[in-house]
Design a protein around this ligand. Sequence first.
Ligand code: CDM
Ligand code: ATP
Length: 284
Amino acid sequence: MKIYEKAPAKINLLLDVLRKREDGFHEVEMIMTMVDLADRLEMYELPRDQIVLSSHAGFIPLDEKNLAFQAARLIKDRCGVERGVYIHLDKQIPVAAGLAGGSSDAAATLRGLNRLWGLGLSVRELEALGAELGSDVPFCIRGGTAIATGRGEKLESIESPPQCWVVLAKPPINVSTADVYGKLRAAEIERHPSIPGMVDAIRRQSFQDVCAGLGNVLESVTLPKYSEVRQIKEVMTKLGADGVLMSGSGPTVFGLVSKESKVSRIYNGLRGFCKEVYVVRLLT
Ligand SMILES: C[C@](O)(CO)[C@H](O)COP(=O)(O)OP(=O)(O)OC[C@H]1O[C@@H](n2ccc(N)nc2=O)[C@H](O)[C@@H]1O
Ligand SMILES: Nc1ncnc2c1ncn2[C@@H]1O[C@H](COP(=O)(O)OP(=O)(O)OP(=O)(O)O)[C@@H](O)[C@H]1O
C-alpha cells in the first residue's frame, strides 16, 4: 500500500516575541496559516527494518539530518514498529525560506506513517511527537489557522482569514532561525503587533484590517542585515500588494493581494530581480 501526504508551507501573519526563556527558546505569540504551495510525500512499507528517503531536490540532506527522516525514526521508535519505510519527497517549498518546509515534511511523515502502520495516534498525540522535532511541527500537523504560543507548540485553532492571493518572494540568501532569535533583544522591542486585533480582524473577515494588523518582530533583526529582504518589501508595497510582511525568520516576504488584476503586475515586477516568486492562495 502506498500513502500520499501533502506538506503545505506556512506563513506567519503575526509573530511577536515576549521574552527569552531559561531553556534558550523564546516565548512567542503567533498567528499562522497555510498556503497552497506544498511538498508531496509518497510512503510505502519496506520488508526490512530501515528508513530510506529519496528526493530529486539536490540541496537537502537525505539522512538523519532531514526532518522527514527524523519524524519516521521518532514515530517508529515510540510505537515500537519493526518494519521499514521508503519515503519519496517531492520538494516544491523553497528550502530555509521561513516557510517551514522541513517542519511540514516532518508533520506529513508523522501523519502518513500513522496511517500506513495503523497506529491510531490522535492529532494531539501526533502534535506532541511533532513538538520533539521542532517548534513549527505541531502547527504543521494541525493545519488551518491557529494562534501559537509557548515556543510555538501550544495551539488554538481559529477561523481562516478572508481568501486572497499570496505572492511569495524568496531572495537567494540563507537566514538561520537560531541566529535571528539569538540576535533579537526581546526587552528592546518597540512595537508589539496585536494578537487580539488580528483575531478580531479575522473574525470580522475584514481583509483590510488583516493587512493593517500584519506584524513580525523578527523583521527588526533580519531587515537591517539583508538589503535584499528590505528591497523586496519595498517593491511589493510599491507594486500595490495590500499587506506585506516577512514570514518567520525570513528571508521570504509575502504579499497579500485581494484583486486578481494586481497579481500579475506584482509577479512580473518582482521577477525582474528575484528568481523565486510564487503566486498561491491561502489554504482556507
Ligand atoms: C521562526 C518560526 O519559524 C516562526 O514560525 C519559528 O519560531 C521557528 O520554528 P522552527 O524553525 O521549528 O524552530 P526550532 O527548530 O524549534 O528551533 C530553531 C532555533 O530557533 C530558536 N527558537 C525557535 C523557536 C522559539 N520559540 N524560540 C527560539 O529561540 C532556537 O535557537 C532554536 O534552536
Ligand atoms: N525535509 C526538509 N526539507 C527542507 N530542508 C530540510 C529538511 N530537513 C532538514 N532540512 C534542513 O533544514 C534547514 C531549514 O530548512 P527549512 O526549509 O525547514 O527552513 P525554514 O522554511 O526556514 O523553516 P522555519 O520556517 O520552520 O524556520 C535547511 O538547512 C535544510 O538543510
